[in-house]
Design a protein around this ligand. Structure first.
Ligand code: UGA
Length: 437
């Protein structure tokens, strides 16, 4: 099929390249000339395993192009809207400026029978409102909502082989046709028996935000247990293993530590709570504000643990911070707990030297006041304390004996509970996990 993708951020760039990889003819469009220049040269503008490879192969095949001009969407049959919906400044609600601009920008370039497909995460009710805009345009185009569930770090795999597809479509013949068009787009995944849920706009929008709300709740649940474990002298990691054996609970997303961040979970639960208030049902998801609060407290706790471990004297102490990205295999530092902890410690007067395999450039742009080292050994050299905040494979594999020779004081706080306390203690370290004795 001929496809346009409006917005070439994490979601759109991966979607465009993956659709081309599946054999469609794709044009990716973004207002940022720097991004389009990089993508046109076959370079991923951010770190995402596997993206570079499919970009290069699709560009070579001639099936993938990029442009800054939305008029170049003309001629595509399916137009994906994959722009950002950030948190509004000073509010919990989502900012829909870019979604509205993308849909309105497409209208003059649509042909009869074209399908606009929203992928961005939006407050419930947005698709119905936009469908009216599309209908009033007289273009004969239809709107569908097809939320995306990709995880950063696995984005290409999640896009090409998703665990489910959700189509929010209008009732009647237009909806039937939209479903057929989407089935054609996702023919490869459907042939592999990917389940497809066909539903209305509101349900499709809610599926997305409720999935992220559930995941955030699961993480905050285990972090709440970590808070209790801390005062009760229990071990939250064993607790998670034990409750996780119950298949109804499951062990995934039960890793306690410094909490969740990124461009999705934090802003999505806030926007959901804000939208529920607008709908007069604020109480139904008010617990999400508690989920948010538990999550933010983990960062406070981490900072407190560092201060405590330094005997209350943080000023001028060298703190080696391992990790800046909000999770491993990503260079994304949006709402990253790791970067936040580094900034707070720096604010207390510590000499923070932070390192990360991929996220240093993005961190420098936001917080040039921090100290950075590209080499892990340089970050660890002479450190008074080591703080692990993003569980990159390299940090999990650190040898406590070797690291012990680099630092000034053998004190480590494992903000992701990924190190083996026995091995670190045996090497003479004071090891502290989060929610572990
Ligand atoms: C999340 C969802 O997992 C995706 O399904 C969704 O499509 C995406 O948001 C989105 O809305 O676009 P992502 O933000 O890439 O994906 O990251 P996750 O893997 O969900 O991790 C989020 C945060 O939770 C990270 O900071 C991670 O370190 C933290 N986390 C995760 C924990 O603290 N504990 C866990 O057990 C799991």
């Amino acid at each position: 099929m001929r496809i346009s993708v409006i917005g070439c951020g994490y979601l759109g760039a991966v979607h465009a390249a993956s659709m081309a990889e599946l054999g469609h003819e794709v044009i990716g469009i973004d207002v940022d000339p720097g991004k389009i220049e990089a993508l046109s040269a076959g370079k991923a503008p951010f770190f995402e395993p596997g993206l570079g490879d499919i970009l290069t192969s699709s560009m070579k095949s001639g099936r993938l192009r990029f442009s800054t001009d939305i008029a170049d969407a003309k001629g595509a049959q399916v137009h994906f809207v994959a722009v950002g919906t950030p948190q509004k400044r000073g509010e919990n609600a989502a900012d829909l400026t870019y979604v509205d601009a993308a849909v309105n920008g497409l209208l003059p370039h649509l042909n009869e029978g074209d399908l606009i497909v929203g992928k961005s995460t939006v407050p419930v009710g947005t698709a119905a409102r936009l469908a009216e805009v599309v209908a009033a345009s007289g273009t004969g185009a239809t709107l569908a909502w097809n939320p995306e569930f990709l995880r950063e770090g696995f984005a290409v795999k999640d896009t090409i082989s998703p665990d489910r597809l959700v189509y929010g479509v209008p009732a009647g013949a237009a909806g039937e046709r939209a479903k057929d068009q989407l089935d054609e787009v996702y023919a490869a995944a459907i042939a592999n028996e990917t389940p497809v849920v066909v539903t209305d706009y509101a349900t499709a929008e809610l599926v997305k935000v409720s999935a992220n709300a559930f995941l955030a709740t699961k993480i905050s649940f285990i972090n709440a247990m970590a808070e209790i474990a801390e005062v009760a002298g229990a071990d939250v990691t064993s607790l998670a293993d034990a409750i996780g054996y119950d298949a109804r609970i499951g062990r995934r997303f039960l890793n306690a530590g410094v909490g969740f961040g990124g461009g999705c979970l934090p802003k999505d639960i806030r926007a959901f709570a804000a939208r529920a208030e607008e709908l007069g049902r604020g109480e139904s998801v008010r617990f999400l504000l508690e989920v948010d609060a538990i999550n933010m407290r983990r960062r406070d706790r981490m900072v407190d643990m560092v201060v405590e471990s330094l005997g209350g004297q943080v000023y001028q102490k060298k703190v080696a911070v391992l990790g800046l990205a909000f999770k491993p295999d990503s260079d994304d530092v949006r709402d990253s707990p790791a970067l936040d902890v580094a900034v707070r410690l720096n604010g207390l007067g510590a000499r923070v030297i932070a390192t990360d395999p991929e996220a240093i450039p993005n961190s420098i742009r936001l917080h040039p006041q921090l100290g950075f080292a590209t080499d892990t050994h340089d970050a660890l050299h002479d450190a008074d304390i080591v703080v692990l905040v993003t569980e990159w494979k390299d940090y999990r594999a650190l040898d406590p004996v070797e690291v012990g020779e680099l630092v000034r004081d053998k004190v480590i706080i494992d903000g992701r509970n990924v190190l083996d306390p026995v091995a670190w203690r045996a090497a003479g370290w004071t090891y502290r996990g989060m929610g572990r004795p």
